[in-house]
Design a protein around this ligand. Structure first.
Ligand SMILES: CC(C)(COP(=O)(O)OP(=O)(O)OC[C@H]1O[C@@H](n2cnc3c(N)ncnc32)[C@H](O)[C@@H]1OP(=O)(O)O)[C@@H](O)C(=O)NCCC(=O)NCCS
Length: 167
């Protein structure tokens, strides 16, 4: 990785507009091989209502990654068991930002006693999650804003990590 491990901090309400913009550009660029323009536009429309988007991030446990002091990506854990969001800035993709965020989400879930972490992985992120030990369980087709988007529910057992902790 070119610049060292990214810094991590909790989401703040003031981050919302930056994260909405990052969400859009991440999907537009990094998901372009797996979803067509109409599908990406539908996915991106989830951030059209920025207040609702901010509320969703605030209700979950959302972590922000920083590279050179700027927001490079974000991830969220919902209900302690669902890896709900993971988005990286396209110009920083492939530099370990997604891995650092996923490490943080897995540690947070583990610390809350979660045994099995679940993610509805986009086709753009499926190999990323598989490389981290997530196992594909079900194939889903979800309607968003009139478009059908495929994803895969994948799970990872965190119990091994918990078992390794001192008691
Ligand atoms: C998937 C995503 C989060 C990965 O972030 P990233 O910062 O590029 O990931 P990293 O740099 O930490 O990559 C870690 C490893 O996964 C690999 N990897 C990353 N993205 C990958 C992809 N799309 N397919 C296959 N492998 C991938 C990297 O090559 C790297 O492997 P290495 O450790 O052997 O070098 C990012 O591509 C993204 O934001 N995608 C678009 C949004 C999306 O689909 N989010 C998921 C919603 S469920």
């Amino acid at each position: 990785m070119a610049r060292g491990a990214p810094g991590l901090r909790p989401f703040l309400p003031a981050d919302a507009a930056t994260l909405a913009a990052l969400f859009r550009v991440s999907i537009e660029t990094l998901a372009a091989e797996d979803y067509d323009e109409d599908q990406r536009a539908a996915w991106i429309s989830a951030a059209d209502d920025e207040d609702a988007f901010a509320a969703q991030l605030g209700e979950a446990l959302t972590v922000v990654a920083l590279v050179d002091g700027e927001i490079a990506g974000f991830a969220s854990l919902k209900d302690n068991t669902d890896f709900d969001m993971l988005y990286v800035r396209p110009d920083l993709a492939g530099q370990g930002v997604g891995s650092a965020l996923a490490d943080a989400i897995e540690k947070l879930a583990d610390a809350r006693g979660t045994k099995t972490l679940s993610v509805d992985a986009s086709d753009a992120a499926r190999d990323f999650f598989a490389a981290r030990g997530y196992v594909a369980k079900t194939r889903n087709t979800k309607e968003i804003a009139g478009q059908w988007l495929g994803n895969t529910t994948m799970t990872k057992e965190l119990a091994a990590e918990a078992a390794g902790r001192a008691h």
